[in-house]
Ligand binder design. Structure first.
Ligand SMILES: [Zn+2]
Length: 305
């Protein structure tokens, strides 16, 4: 199979990760952070599964707007005769269905019914394909990737694939032979419809002054990189090390994600990184990687053309 659109962490997940390291999240924000993290983990498990499943074209993580409605699709698998839509769920623990409601056995709380979400996506995607004058049928499934998930009263013939069923399902995909370049035009069209920003994205309230400063470890995600030697950093928590430059550029990306409206200056980065290194060292890295406007420590850095 051919991956035409790779999966990467969403801006929302990256934002929550960064804030999780730099502030004490409110309970609901912590929940959202964990939810996004486990969702992403599940999607990576699914990617590993689908990697060995046939020769279809794969588009991951698409966000479309059709008829004014936004919808997100975890994975599209384009085969010669059909388009498969996969919604990936990394749910955990025992659940049961009562009427339309999905209930978690442990907490006895209602959880979002993934089938309703799937049906909505499926019908919007069908509409979109009609607009593109594409007559391929759509087959949509919720794929459960967590082996520690169980669903009581799951109706027969429902569009769900459980971990124990994936191998047999993927055998079907494997048996499909792709002709070269088939549907690559359709895939390109679909790719061009992808929009970046979801209106459903949540963002906790935060201000620069309130956040803990320093460099977040690229390996364990915790705050607390320390300077070691002349050019290196070491994580005080997991002991992984890297070049100062690498850590600074990562912190810069994080800063831009959280504060898209703030100017990037040496002083600002010096403060953001918790005064780990002197301003000269920071300025040197910024000058090498960005375009500088003005002089002195207050000069602004912008993306190189
Ligand atoms: Zn670490």
């Amino acid at each position: 199979m051919l991956i035409l659109k790779e999966r990467s962490e969403s801006a929302e997940l990256r934002t929550y990760r960064s804030l999780n390291a730099r502030m004490d999240l409110a309970r609901s924000d912590q929940k959202q952070c964990d939810y996004l993290e486990s969702g992403y983990e599940g999607e990576k498990i699914f990617d590993g599964w689908v990697e060995h499943a046939g020769e279809g074209l794969i588009l991951n993580d698409l966000l479309f707007v059709t008829g004014g409605s936004h919808y997100q699709m975890d994975s599209l698998y384009i085969a010669p005769q059909k388009i498969y839509l996969f919604e990936v769920k990394n749910m955990y623990g025992d659940h049961y269905i009562e009427k339309e409601e999905w209930i978690s056995c442990g907490a006895k709380t209602e959880v979002k019914n993934p089938i309703l979400q799937l049906k909505r996506c499926e019908s919007l995607l069908r509409r979109q394909l009609q607009i593109l004058k594409c007559s391929l049928p759509v087959e949509a499934y919720v794929v459960f990737v967590n082996p520690h998930f169980h669903l009581y009263h799951a109706p027969l013939h429902s569009p769900m694939i459980f971990p124990s069923q994936w191998d047999r399902f993927s055998q079907r995909l494997k048996n499909i032979r792709m002709q070269q370049n088939l549907h690559s035009e359709l895939a390109e069209k679909l790719l061009s419809l992808h929009v970046e920003k979801s209106p459903y994205e949540r963002r906790p309230d935060f201000r620069f002054e309130e956040l803990r400063k320093g460099i977040v470890c690229g390996v364990c995600g915790r705050l607390g990189m320390e300077v070691i030697g002349v050019t290196n950093l070491i994580c005080g928590k997991c002991k992984s090390s890297e070049r100062f430059k690498t850590g600074l550029l990562r912190s810069l990306e994080e800063f831009r994600l959280l504060f898209p409206d703030k100017q990037v200056t040496t002083n600002q980065m010096y403060e953001w990184c918790g005064g780990l290194k002197d301003k000269r060292a920071i300025q040197r890295v910024l000058s090498e990687n960005l375009h500088r406007i003005g002089y002195g420590p207050g000069s602004q850095f912008i993306e190189k053309e």
